[in-house]
Design a binder for this molecule. Structure first.
Ligand code: GDP
Length: 371
């Protein structure tokens, strides 16, 4: 401030006896928004969205993995970046065949994935192996997608193996896997395997994000023993009886006939595809080619009759609703005011002072009033 302006303040005139106006200090140049962002991102170890997207589109596995980590993160900032990456990758996704693979632990899923996976990559394909495993108790056998289970594929530059997102609600885990599919496809993976343990509800989630559903079974073990529900068999586009080797070959052939008969009892599929039963030995890599041929036939049939794309469209809207429901549920149960009230209302319901419906109504009203 120059002398002239100082004089302009009546407080600074010679006759003024009170407090004077001092010259202020100049402010440093404001830091540009970009530098602030870069600084903050560096601190959080984040990159600009464009870097992730460019990396994914050129097939950079490290950046793909980093983006998937953001998809899996519970941090809202990470989630926001992940959503931006997904939106930008979406136009480059979809060019793949998505295959769900299920079967009880021990049936040979990882051995099979390795055998079929190698068959695909040796034929020039690129394969991403993802998993849905919402169980929190992880025994050695159920660490789906664990690299140590698929050593050959893990060392294959045309394969990308990503273990299941860490335990959480099935809806949450499934959504993350669904989003990861988009990123993998944008990175050029034209074959996607989604592995799950065929004993719970996760196969419904897998079915809702795949084009083809493969059920692995064993010969000589009743359905009860294998824990496979009728509904899961009904979802299958192909049943493969694994471990058809050594002394097991005959038993596998018999099981093939039995399962074929069982499949005939199910209603005709909307896809017009008639599911079949094959035998294979994932360990000896026999029967693998035949299974792959079935998947290719399925793709040709359903692309020709329009089912392939109509199913994908339906799945896309299904996931929109699933995501809304999951988010609403999470917002509700994570709300601190609701957390307190829920306990109170639970007690009221337990003491028969309130009906479950009235309590739910009150809590929902409270939640919407909080907004
Ligand atoms: P997962 O739990 O379903 O992933 O099953 P794994 O792939 O880990 O296989 C379980 C066990 O069965 C392992 O000891 C495998 O070596 C064995 N196994 C897998 N496939 C075959 C097969 O085709 N034939 C035989 N004999 N054993 C197999």
């Amino acid at each position: 401030m120059g002398n002239k302006e100082k004089f302009d303040h009546p407080e600074n005139s010679k006759d003024y006896k009170g407090l004077k106006v001092n010259e202020g200090i100049s402010q440093p140049e404001p830091v540009s928004n970009e530098s602030v962002k870069r600084f903050l991102n560096k601190r959080r170890n984040l990159l600009p969205v464009k870097d992730y997207v460019d990396g994914i589109l050129r097939g950079d596995i490290t950046l793909l993995s980093k983006a998937v980590t953001l998809v899996e993160s519970a941090n809202p900032k990470h989630q926001q970046i992940a959503q931006e990456i997904i939106s930008l990758c979406l136009p480059y996704s979809g060019n793949s065949v998505r295959i769900g693979i299920t079967g009880v632990p021990g049936v040979g899923k990882s051995t099979f994935i390795e055998a079929l996976g190698k068959y695909i990559t040796e034929g020039g394909g690129k394969l991403a192996v993802l998993a849905i495993d919402p169980s929190s108790e992880r025994t050695k056998g159920s660490i789906l997608g664990d690299k140590t289970r698929m050593e050959e594929l893990a060392g294959d530059k045309n394969a990308y193996i990503r273990p299941s997102p860490s335990a959480g609600s099935l809806g949450g885990v499934a959504r993350k896997t669904r989003e990861t599919i988009i990123l993998c496809e944008a990175a050029g993976f034209n074959h996607i395997f989604i592995e799950t343990v065929g004993v719970g509800q996760s196969e419904t989630a897998v079915h809702s994000m795949t084009d083809f559903f493969l059920l692995l079974m064993l010969a000589g073990a009743g359905d009860e023993l294998q824990g496979i529900k009728r509904g899961i068999m009904e979802m299958a586009d192909l049943i493969a009886i694994n471990k058809a080797d050594g002394n097991n070959i005959e038993k596998a052939q018999l099981a093939k006939i039995q399962y074929n008969n069982a499949l005939h009892l199910f209603p005709k599929k909307e896809s017009d595809w008639i599911p079949g039963v094959l035998t294979c030995s994932a360990a000896n890599k026999t029967g693998i080619k035949e299974i792959w041929e079935q998947i290719e036939k399925y793709k040709i049939l359903t692309e020709a009759n329009g089912y392939f794309s109509s199913k994908r469209n339906r799945q896309a809207t299904y996931w929109m609703h699933e995501t809304i429901q999951e988010k609403l549920k999470r917002d509700f149960y994570d709300n601190s005011a609701i957390k307190i009230k829920i306990e109170e209302f639970e007690n009221e319901v337990l003491k028969d002072k309130m009906s479950s419906f009235a309590a739910a109504g009150e809590l929902l009203k409270l939640f919407s009033d909080l907004k």
